[in-house]
Design a protein around this ligand. Sequence first.
Ligand SMILES: Nc1ncnc2c1ncn2[C@@H]1O[C@H](COP(=O)(O)OP(=O)(O)O)[C@@H](O)[C@H]1O
Ligand SMILES: O=P(O)(O)OC[C@H]1O[C@](O)(COP(=O)(O)O)[C@@H](O)[C@@H]1O
Length: 318
Amino acid sequence: MEKIAVLTSGGDSQGMNSAIRAIVRTGIAHGFEMIGVRRGFKGLMENDFITLGTSDVSDILYRGGTFLQSARSDEFKTEAGQNKAINNLHEHGIEHLVVIGGDGSYRGAQALFNRGIKTYGLPGTIDNDIPLTDYTIGFDTTLNVVTNAISNLRDTMSSHERVSVIEVMGRSCGDIALQAGISSGVDAVLIPEFEWDIKEISDQLAKGFQRGKTHSIVMVAEGAGTAEDVASLIEKHSDLDTRPTVLGHIQRGGIPTAFDRIFTSRMGHKVIELIENEITGVALGMEKNEITYHSFDDIFDSENVVDKHLYQIFQDLI
Ligand SMILES: Nc1ncnc2c1ncn2[C@@H]1O[C@H](COP(=O)(O)OP(=O)(O)O)[C@@H](O)[C@H]1O
Ligand SMILES: O=P(O)(O)OC[C@H]1O[C@](O)(COP(=O)(O)O)[C@@H](O)[C@@H]1O
C-alpha cells in the first residue's frame, strides 16, 4: 500500500485540522496508508510519526489549531537537517508528503521535492499572503475573530469618546487589516501596500468627532507599523484621546468558519486526486471558487498582490 504523510508547519491556522481530516479520510477511502508527522519539519527530522486511521481524525473538524502540532525549525533549512528528514521518510517507506503551511513551509516542501520526495502544499496561514490563491486556510476565520473583537472595542470606545487603534497580524501583507476593516466599517486602514498621511488621517478623525461621532476605529497591519506608534502620532496631530490594542495571537484561534471547513475539505480531497494522477511538486489553492494547483516554482515566481479594487471600495466607504 502506498504511504502518504501529512504535516502542519509554521504559524497554525484555523482549518488545518479540517484539512488533515479530509486528506486522511479521502486517502484511506482511495486505498492509501496515512501517516501523520507531529511538529512539522522538526518532527520529520526527529522521526515523530504516527499512523492515522479514520477515527484518529474524529472530533477535530470544528477545532482551531492543529492536533499534529506545528513548529518552526532553523535546522530543517540546512542540508544536514533535510538529510535526516529524507532518511526518515525512506525508512518508513513514505513516498508522498503533504505540507500544510505558509510561504516558508512551501520553501521546505520544494527543497524536499528537489531532492526526490513527492511533495504537495496546502496554504496554511491566516495571513492570506500566498500567490495564486484567493484565500489561505484560516484567513476567513481570522476575519471573523477580528470583526467580533472590534465590535467589543466599539462599546467602550463609544462610552469614552475615544479613538481605538487596532494592530492586526499579517506579516508584510495587509489583507487581514483591509478586509476586516471593511467588515467592521472602520475609519482608516493602514497597510504596507499603500502610503498614508497620519496628519490627514488625524484631521479626518477630528472632523468626525466634530460632526458628532462618539468613537473612531483605526486599523493597522503589523507590517505597516505598531498600534502604539500610530496612536501616539494621532494624539500628536490632534486633541483626540486614543487607545492602542494589539489583537495578537487571539486572531489565530477560534472555531473555523464553514468557509474554511469546506475550502480545506475540497483541497484535501483534491490532493489525493493529484497523487493518483501522479501530479507532484505543486501547491493547491482556490481561484474563482475552483480548487487549482501550481508548481512551487510558479508560486515563488509570482507576487502576492493586495486587491487594489477592494482598497478603493474601502476608501469610498469612509
Ligand atoms: N528556505 C527554506 N528552506 C527550507 N525550509 C524552510 C525554508 N524557509 C522556511 N523553511 C521551513 O519552514 C518552516 C516554517 O516557515 P515559516 O516562515 O516560519 O512559516 P510559514 O510556513 O507559515 O510561512 C521554517 O521553520 C523552516 O523549518
Ligand atoms: O506565532 P509567532 O511565531 O509569534 O509568529 C507570528 C506570525 O505568525 C503569523 O500569525 C502567521 O505567519 P506564518 O503563517 O507565516 O507563520 C503572522 O501573522 C505573525 O506575524
